[in-house]
Design a protein around this ligand. Structure first.
Ligand code: CO
Length: 186
């Protein structure tokens, strides 16, 4: 169950919609284990399969001592919204205020093919939305208004890691420390 390199913004896999999981087999359980181990190592609060280069609809989270995974998710979003900072492991050291629904009901499957229904609010809801977006090839900067997105893109272009995704494919050694103390990325 090796730790996988995390793909950085600029890698095409991050903007490509992922495929539904069809086989709930040993390989899927290995993917969930790899995602979990990679997220904990980062450390992060959530990680989606495309972020380790696997274009399948699977993600994991580690929030408030609650470690979990979800496969082929669909979300019902509350009308109530929340504001707050959000980061992404594919955008090292960058965080932006990102509007999200305050709470969600997520439906999907666990790695054994059993149906799962989850309810989450605040950070858990934010993580479920962020990770489900990853499976649709949507990144958190896409959720910013155009002025904020423009500022974010400027900062991204000036970051140490920008361009490395294209140059090397992956950059596991570029992990920048210390991590932001205000919260882990997703
Ligand atoms: Co992310």
């Amino acid at each position: 169950m090796p730790i996988q390199p995390i793909r950085l913004f600029g890698d095409p896999v991050l903007v490509t919609p992922a495929a539904e999981v069809v086989d709930f087999d040993k390989e899927l359980r290995r993917l969930v284990a790899d995602l979990t181990e990679t997220m904990i190592d980062a450390p992060g609060a959530g990680l989606a399969a495309p972020q380790i280069g696997v274009p399948l609809r699977v993600f994991v989270w580690d929030i408030d001592d609650n470690l979990g995974h979800l496969i082929n998710p669909s979300l019902d979003l509350s009308d109530e919204l929340q504001d707050g900072e959000e980061g992404c492991l594919s955008f090292p050291d960058l965080r932006y205020d990102t509007p999200r629904a305050f709470s969600v009901v997520a439906k999907g499957w666990n790695m054994h093919g059993e149906p799962v229904v989850l309810e989450g609010s605040e950070l858990m809801a934010r993580a479920l939305q962020h990770e489900t977006d990853h499976l649709d090839g949507i990144l958190f900067i896409d959720r910013l208004d155009s002025a904020s997105r423009k500022l974010a893109m400027k900062e991204i272009r000036e970051s140490e890691w920008f361009g490395l995704a294209k140059e090397y494919g992956t950059t596991p050694e570029i992990r920048i420390s210390p991590h932001n103390p205000f919260g882990k990325s997703l």
